[in-house]
Design a protein around this ligand. Sequence first.
Ligand code: GLA
Length: 391
Amino acid sequence: MIQTLPEEFIRLFGRRGEALFFAPGRVNLIGEYTDISGGHVLPCALAQGTYGLAARRDDGRLRFYSLNFAADGLIETRTVDLAPGRALGWAVYPAGVADRLRRRGLPGDGGLDVLYYGDLPPGAGLSSSASIEVLTAVILNDFYDLGLGLLDLALAAQEAENEFAGLACGIMDQFASALGRPGQAILLNCGDLSHQYRPFRSGEVGLVIADTLKRRALAESKYNQRRAECEAALAALKTRRPLSNLCDLDPDEFESLLEDLVIAPPEAGRRARHVIGENRRTLSAAEALDRGDFAEFGRLLNASHHSLAHDFEVTGPELDALAEAARSAPGCLGSRMTGAGFGGCVVSLVYREAIPDFQRETAARYEQQTGRRPLFYPAEASAGAGKLETL
Ligand code: GLA
């Protein structure tokens, strides 16, 4: 598909593409829904993501076309006309990024033609939208010499998602897409954005992503609702202790505060329990990775899923069935949903030599339970976004 982009570009835009860029999706190993509460996450960038063949234009026009949304045709807007709420379909992501970069130096006559192609399944929890955003940010930064670093580009991309796509997401996805490194997981503290790369160095075990094929529905509203519940819990806890984020508390401190505090509604207390416990699990998982203790890492993955299912309530029957099927298949050390949930993918830690048997058994059990056959995707920690070549 990538080879056909230059020809396709000429057909669509009547001119040549100038440079090819790429931004990856991500798989989050552990640390789910902690980014919006100042906690830690442990994602890796993937080899799969979004490619963009682009050409600069100096008339302030933005023209976007995606081979993944070909039915939507060419979407056109202007850099000076950008505003949240415009009906641009999938192009709210690149348009939102251009708007946020306007505030960071993009001139009003700065325009673009971009042909996008992604090899990530959309709505599957692997951050296809963050990859489109970060890709667009990297292109504009390059073409217009904005001089922004990858972290600034990730922050601009997150703002685009918050304000244009209406998802009150944290920084994890855009950060991982921008700053991923081959063979490494990123331990990111979302409270202060400090981060360390943690090598995923094992020839013996690998990651397998399995897709429930259930697509998220109404994810934005449920996501925003979870975020509001976490904020309600934080407000209640603040009446007892000065706190900036839920993740300023450790699980013991949280439970002791609950001895004489009632958090209302009761769901908010359970959401906070997940977030605070998950933050601790993420730090423990990073330590287990350093020690090469994959049995412990796997145990933490299982505990994370359990908490996401019962306290945070973002899994659902398909994700639960697939994680369960994976856990009882040969060679599996642990398995959990990854991303925002409500459908999408499960990530498992599996002995490499057992991967074919693992996939066969997992698929058979999941199909028996749900009548659907899952898809499996390779999961190798890969590099972050950048320019691939100038044409
Ligand atoms: C989505 C959001 C992230 C994060 C995850 C859940 O991917 O974009 O910011 O909150 O959900 O961990």
